[in-house]
Design a protein around this ligand. Structure first.
Ligand SMILES: NC(=O)c1ccc[n+]([C@@H]2O[C@H](COP(=O)([O-])OP(=O)(O)OC[C@H]3O[C@@H](n4cnc5c(N)ncnc54)[C@H](OP(=O)(O)O)[C@@H]3O)[C@@H](O)[C@H]2O)c1
Length: 308
């Protein structure tokens, strides 16, 4: 199975990169629709709602040629322990407004919280589903045991987590669980937030706090990445393209979210999307990714080194 391509909208708001440009964001969304991308992923916390707003307003401009039913819109709601079901419901309605739509295709709870009862919030999402305001309920960054428990309570249709040549942890438990429960897996950071596409992040960039930049990992990983860039170029692919093609063909991945910030970055990826990697390169990537994985600290459960 080859994954569907979705556009991640995190960078379409200030806060993601210093170099935020609204006109780049608009052009990227327009280029995505024109290249046939139909799944768009955003979140309430991206630019405090500005990403949802920009995506909603731009996608609305295509309504005549690309009606709402042809699009799949996903957003995520960030939960804090004191958020009431009523407050949660009101946030959901806010997302509908910002995205200029009467229903969402997927609404994820963005991050888990330890020892927190999510069932009242899932009941809210179920009521929206029954009212036709939501098609699918999703969980993002949740560990497998919580996903399993919550899926016994209500139908979970999507799970979203990081997955890339550099981060294959979902293969241990998460992907098998999703397969066994019939849950669609949406992969984010398939370019490892750009590390698989370019030279290392500048030191002042917040991405320097990702697990890949830990002092004990950085230099050895840097060497492996240099070799990777050379290798894939001998097959006529750029590092970003090879990383995307690998993730899109990976077993159990339903959707790959690309985080392209500019139209050029997006077209660079869509131009090869759908291609199959040569078998020899696949073998190399398998070995490369396992060696990268061995460098990463086992105790980190996510690429952001985030405790929750
Ligand atoms: N659920 C969650 O917690 C979560 C977490 C992360 C992401 N996501 C979702 O997944 C989406 C994608 O994630 P991501 O931003 O981590 O994705 P990514 O695709 O791994 O990284 C995006 C970065 O890669 C670089 N890039 C993209 N296309 C490129 C190209 N063709 N050539 C060279 N560099 C390229 C850019 O870096 P530069 O900016 O340096 O140019 C861009 O900012 C997000 O927008 C969001 O919707 C969800």
């Amino acid at each position: 199975m080859y994954a569907q391509l979705g556009l991640g909208c995190w960078s379409f708001a200030p806060g993601y990169r210093e170099e935020f440009s609204a006109s780049d964001s608009v052009q990227t969304i327009h280029a995505a629709v024109r290249s046939g991308i139909r799944h768009f992923d955003t979140a309430q916390v991206y630019g405090k709602g500005r990403s949802e707003q920009l995506a909603g307003q731009q996608l609305r401009r295509f309504r005549r040629k690309t009606p709402r039913e042809e699009l799949s819109l996903a957003t995520k709601i960030f939960v804090t322990p004191n958020l009431t079901p009523r407050g949660f419901a009101s946030r959901f309605e806010t997302s509908l407004n910002r995205l200029c739509t009467s229903y969402l295709d997927v609404c994820y709870i963005h991050w888990p919280i330890q020892h927190y009862d999510f069932r009242p919030l899932l009941e809210v999402l179920q009521s929206f589903r029954e009212a036709g305001k939501l098609r699918h309920i999703g969980l993002s960054n949740f560990p497998p045991d919580m996903i399993y428990t919550l899926s016994c309570f209500c139908e979970i249709s999507y799970v979203q987590d990081a997955y890339s040549l550099l981060w294959r942890r979902p293969e241990d438990e998460l992907l098998p669980l999703c397969r066994s429960l019939g849950i669609r897996f949406a992969a984010y950071s398939v370019l490892a937030q750009g590390l698989l596409a370019r030279t290392p992040y500048p030191p002042q960039d917040w991405r320097s706090s990702l697990v890949f930049c830990r002092p004990e990992v950085r230099s050895r990983l840097g060497e492996l990445l240099d070799a990777y860039r050379l290798k894939v170029s001998s097959y006529g692919l750029t590092p970003a393209q090879a990383a995307l093609l690998w993730a899109a063909a990976a077993k159990g991945v339903h959707t790959v979210l690309i985080g392209s910030r500019t139209k050029q970055q997006l077209l660079h990826l869509t131009e090869v999307y759908g291609q199959k990697l040569p078998e020899e390169l696949e073998e190399y990537l398998e070995e490369f990714s396992l060696r990268c994985g061995e460098l990463l600290p086992a105790e980190e459960g996510n690429i952001f080194c985030r405790r929750w």
